[in-house]
Ligand binder design. Structure first.
Ligand code: IPM
Ligand code: MN
Length: 351
């Protein structure tokens, strides 16, 4: 199989970790007889410094003509602490999601069996956790009307959803559940929000087309509690943009290190794959960041965009074996701490 991949390293540790995932993809190509080619593009603070725009037109074009996108991270403290900043790196991320139409953000939450003791939660609670959060990514309060009054003392952000937007992401969640344990939990706040009532109504109307899938509805405040109390009972959670943002940070704690979790953002034309952690500016250039989240994002790319499930599973297996040997970066092991590149080498060795 021949595929072209856009690589957007971005800021902070982004360049270091995407480099490791590219090496893993090259190893897979060699081992399974595929041809993957890679082109780098600018995004985030790196793109602002070079062009003044956090998501330059050139990067957009590169993404649109690629079969998939591998993304590192975005964000630089030099923008966070300066209220006068006009363009922020995060605007590049939101612009990219919107222009590329990345409507479903898929964040799997699972534990590695040799790893349950690393979580702050009790092993008996998290040992069988295996669920996926499908977060709507280009609607809701992130993209609704927003503004300030002239005298600057009043501000508003609007939560907006249309039926087709809900149907599109719900269809993705239903189909994903059909390949898993056939259970969808819709997380909303339908006791208060009109948008949530539209979510419920729309998904209830879709249910007859997915008779094999059990659906339940849960208020977001209760869901935030159940994710910690009985996380193993979830299979697929589908929810709006902002609730999904918050719940996935909460859920990442189950795995033990946010450095380990991958994600996919599914679009109509092309899809993007990135670790769920941020740019970790303090670690920039130090070769200490955990590359596993990005390497597993590459595994998700093989599965979701290229339908190469054998190849994808090979990466998960290799990561599992390396962890079983007690190897890891300093966020996950206390002895024999490896660098970013050493941990990636160990995974490539297993492959
Ligand atoms: C995420 C991040 C982004 C979001 C920020 C950086 C805009 O927190 O990908 O979850 O809120 O979507
Ligand atoms: Mn977030």
């Amino acid at each position: 199989m021949k595929k072209h991949i856009a690589v957007l390293p971005g800021d902070g540790v982004g360049p270091e970790i995407t480099e490791q995932a590219v090496k893993v993809l090259q190893t897979i190509a060699q081992k399974f007889g595929h041809e993957f080619t890679f082109t780098n593009g600018l995004i985030g603070a790196a793109a602002i410094d070079a062009t003044g725009n956090p998501f330059p037109k050139e990067t957009e074009e590169l993404c649109l003509k690629s079969d998939a996108i591998l993304f590192g991270a975005i964000g630089d403290p030099k923008f966070d602490n300066n209220p006068a900043t006009k363009v922020r790196p995060e605007q590049g991320l939101l612009a990219m999601r919107k222009t590329l139409g990345l409507y479903a953000n898929v964040r799997p939450i699972f534990t590695f069996k040799d790893f349950v003791s690393k979580s702050p939660l009790k092993p008996e609670i998290i040992k069988d956790v295996d669920f996926v959060v499908v977060r709507e990514l280009i609607g809701g309060i992130y993209f609704g009307k927003k503004g300030r009054s002239k005298d600057k003392t009043y501000a508003y952000d609007t939560n907006e959803y249309s039926k087709p937007e809900i149907e599109r992401v719900a269809k993705f969640a239903f189909e994903l559940a059909q390949k898993r344990r056939k259970h969808v939990t819709v997380v909303d706040k339908a006791n208060v929000l009109e948008t949530s009532r539209l979510w419920r109504e729309t998904i209830q109307q879709m249910q007859p087309s997915y008779k094999d899938v059990t659906v339940d509805f849960m208020f977001v405040d209760n869901a935030s509690m159940q994710i910690i109390k009985r996380p193993s009972e979830f299979d697929v959670i589908v929810t709006e943009n902002m609730f999904g943002d918050i719940l996935t940070d909460e859920a990442s704690v189950i795995t033990g290190s946010i450095g380990m979790l991958p994600s996919a953002s599914i679009g109509e034309k092309t899809s993007l794959f990135e670790p769920i952690h941020g740019s970790f500016p303090k670690a920039k250039g130090l070769n200490i960041a955990n590359p596993i989240g990005t390497i597993l994002s590459a595994a998700m790319m093989l599965e979701y965009s290229f339908k190469l499930s054998l190849e994808s599973k090979a990466i998960y297996k290799a990561v599992e074996k390396v962890l079983a040997k007690g190897l890891g970066t300093k966020d996950i092991v206390t002895e024999n701490q490896l660098s970013t590149t050493q941990l990636a080498e160990a995974i490539i060795e297993e492959l």
